[in-house]
Design a protein around this ligand. Structure first.
Ligand code: ZN
Length: 441
């Protein structure tokens, strides 16, 4: 590990410290440079240039909802211990003629920020959401994914903890609720779920431990409320959750159930492994070419210690992340979500939780590629390749038709697989167009 204080300092955006160095925005709120257009997301979208505090993420989510009302809704999956919303973007387009009785809406739930300090998980969920939202109507491929599924993006499952990492302790992990010990706040949300909840291990039983599981299952407020929301969706709102992906960091691993034990084999092991390997491949085929391991969550820590540069440290962290009461196991077993994963993003230990912000976009692209692959897989397409060569055309709403009118033929021709930067440019462009349209009113 590098100098710890310096690494922590550098992981905050320069804005947070009122860095006097010149910036390319004129005192606007950090999301306002979205208005800039004509260059790729990498170079102009300041939202993804730095990690963002909750006070910026929430208005940014509202902005997306306002700009893309045809396919984006903002919802709230619960209230945190300290009373904050746990916000989410629900992205998808129901097919026309929705009067017809239909089966449950297939829904994919994607979460980040369960552990407060894992900022790259929050930024990546936002990046995936943004990529899906702005790609809608740009290619048949992406449009289909949003017609066939609802995608629920929850970037900060632990908003109190996230705020705390910004204002007090960059390396805080748990939520912020009171425990039986006055000076040791916080429950580890990923040990809180009511499946194979475990108080046996000493760390899980100690309120001062970073992996404190609480005094009983679902004592962790945000875990309980999120789980209640998910269960209610499936029982009362005609929703079928077909996949659940919980992003964490770090160690570059795609983990499938179970996390609580290696002694039990999940009944759909082959399916879980098959898709997991595909996700890893989709990530490797992005520009970054990063290798992500694939294994059962219960084994994650073993592999981690043998491959990581910061082996000792990573091993300790990873050990804390495995165990009972995980969201991964709960969704898989209790909600019968067939495809459930925990994905640990970059890196493999050099920076760990203090991953520099220049990784936000490349890691986001990896995560987006994986989620897009997953969508195809769930549609029954065996990988991305099957979509190649299909005619791309814009489908749908008035919003998209307006956008299309302004497009040059060149742009239209370029629209295809979202693995490259073209979709991002289009997204910037469309957002710019939408904003101008609205402000001109
Ligand atoms: Zn984590």
């Amino acid at each position: 590990m590098h100098d710890l204080a310096q690494a922590i300092f550098e992981s905050y955006p320069s804005l947070a410290f009122e860095d006097p160095s010149p910036t390319d925005h004129d005192g606007h709120r950090p999301f306002s440079p979205l208005l800039q257009s004509s260059e790729s997301i990498d170079t102009t979208n300041i939202f993804f240039r730095e990690y963002q505090p909750l006070s910026v993420i929430i208005p940014w989510m509202r902005l997306l909802r306002s700009l893309f009302p045809t396919h984006v809704r903002m919802i709230n999956v619960g209230i945190s211990y300290e009373g904050r919303d746990i916000p989410a973007l629900r992205v998808g387009v129901h097919p026309t003629n929705s009067d017809k009785p239909q089966g449950p809406r297939k829904t994919i739930v994607i979460t980040g920020g369960s552990h407060a300090r894992e900022w790259i998980s929050t930024s990546s969920v936002n990046y995936i959401a943004y990529s899906f939202i702005t790609a809608y109507g740009k290619s048949k491929e992406m449009t289909t994914l949003l017609e066939k599924f609802d995608w629920v993006f929850i970037p900060t499952l632990n908003p109190d903890g996230y705020v705390y990492t910004w204002e007090n302790d960059r390396l805080w992990r748990k939520n912020r609720q009171q425990t039986s010990l006055r000076f040791c706040k916080g429950v580890d949300l990923d040990h809180s779920y009511d499946f194979a909840w475990d108080r046996e291990s000493s760390s899980a039983n100690n309120p001062c431990s970073e992996s404190f599981a609480g005094e009983g299952p679902f004592q962790g407020v945000e875990a309980r409320r999120f789980a209640n929301w998910a269960r209610n969706e499936t029982q009362n709102n005609n929703v079928s959750i077909v996949a659940f992906v919980d992003f964490h960091s770090y160690s570059q691993q795609i983990l499938y159930p179970y996390s609580y034990t290696c002694a039990k084999t999940p009944p759909t092991l082959e399916n879980l492994e098959e898709l997991a390997i595909g996700l890893a491949k989709a990530i490797r085929l992005t520009d970054g070419g990063e290798a992500y391991g694939v294994t059962a969550a219960c084994e994650g820590s073993v592999i981690d210690t043998s491959t990581s540069k910061g082996a000792k440290q990573a091993g300790l962290r990873a050990t804390m992340e495995s165990g009972g009461g995980s969201a991964l196991d709960w969704f898989y077993h209790e909600l019968s979500v067939k495809y459930a994963y925990q994905i640990k993003l970059r890196d493999t230990g050099s920076y760990g939780f203090l991953l520099p912000s220049k990784n936000i976009v490349p890691t986001g692209k990896e995560a987006f590629a994986a989620m897009k692959y997953m969508g195809h897989f769930l549609l029954g397409n065996n990988g991305i390749e099957t979509e190649k060569g299909e005619e791309e055309k814009v489908v749908g709403s008035k919003e998209e038709e307006k956008g299309q009118l302004k497009k040059s033929p060149d742009e239209t021709d370029q629209v295809e697989d979202g693995l490259d930067a073209d979709d991002d440019e289009d997204g910037e462009w469309e957002m710019d167009f939408e904003l101008r349209r609205r402000t001109e009113r």
